[in-house]
Ligand binder design. Structure first.
Ligand code: MLT
Length: 248
């Protein structure tokens, strides 16, 4: 795994969204590294040197477990945005003793419904027919609010343009086939924060609120002026709530 490992202190594992890479955490590095050891991998098939191969959310959780062993990290706060949250949940389920705190941002616990699965199949077919070049125009209007800062649009476009067709296809398959965690999350015992984006069109506010309500004691925070990528679109607000949560 191609991984950023910066800072000293309790570990924080940052898991990126689809179809991005560790660079989506750029606005968090400076705020976290004075207090924490920040570990931000590119998951399989994403980032500069990641060979693509099919994977499931559970296998990705196992990859992260191996990564933490390799880095000598016993426990960490796990922060996942969107697909990162889909991976964070099986990671918590398989390795609860490793998870000190959990941040589930712009994500959901339930599996895809039939309509969503059909949309995933349509996207897989489109990537197979035309390559990953279709992704920026399809994804940008869904990932970012219409008023997202231009430098954020440029950064996200650049990450998406770097995506390889096989990596994107396998990730969409893994999202389509992911397990339902909507009942399991009721057993989460570590401190948890659910973050939503005020203008997120992929994860509706009601879904984020319902996720927070189903996790015992979870904190719920809505990031204003942001779409699906709340950590990038409003980093000041995101970083404030993240630090408040991680450093109670
Ligand atoms: C993501 O941002 O990781 C994905 O768009 C989530 C999804 O498609 O369900």
């Amino acid at each position: 795994m191609n991984t950023v490992d910066q800072g000293k202190g309790p570990a924080v594992l940052l898991i990126h969204a689809f179809p991005l890479n560790h660079a989506m955490w750029e606005p968090q590095f400076a705020c976290l590294t004075p207090h924490f050891r920040v570990i931000a991998p590119d998951i399989r098939g994403f980032g500069p040197s990641q060979p693509a191969s099919p994977w499931t959310m559970e296998e990705m959780a196992d990859d992260l477990n191996v990564l933490l062993d390799r880095f000598g990290v016993t426990t960490c706060a796990v922060v996942g945005v969107s697909m990162g949250g889909y991976i964070a949940l099986p990671f918590w389920s398989r390795y609860p003793q490793r998870v000190r705190q959990l941040v589930l941002a712009n994500t959901r616990a339930r599996a895809d419904n039939e309509t969503e699965k059909a949309a995933r199949n349509e996207m897989i077919a489109a990537i197979q027919a035309n390559g990953a070049a279709i992704l920026p125009d399809r994804m940008l209007p869904r990932l970012l609010a219409p008023n997202a800062p231009p430098d954020v649009v440029t950064l996200v476009r650049k990450m998406i343009e770097g995506v390889d067709s096989a990596g994107a296809t396998y990730a969409v398959m893994a999202m389509r086939d992911r397990m339902d965690f909507s009942t399991a999350v009721q057993r989460i015992q570590c401190p948890t924060m659910v973050v939503s984006g005020e203008n997120d069109v992929i994860i509706r506010l009601e879904d984020s609120r319902a996720l927070a309500d189903s996790i015992p004691g979870a904190r719920y925070v809505q990031v204003p002026d942001s779409g699906h990528l709340s950590n990038l679109e409003n980093p000041a607000a995101f970083n404030r709530v993240l630090l408040e949560f991680l450093r109670p």
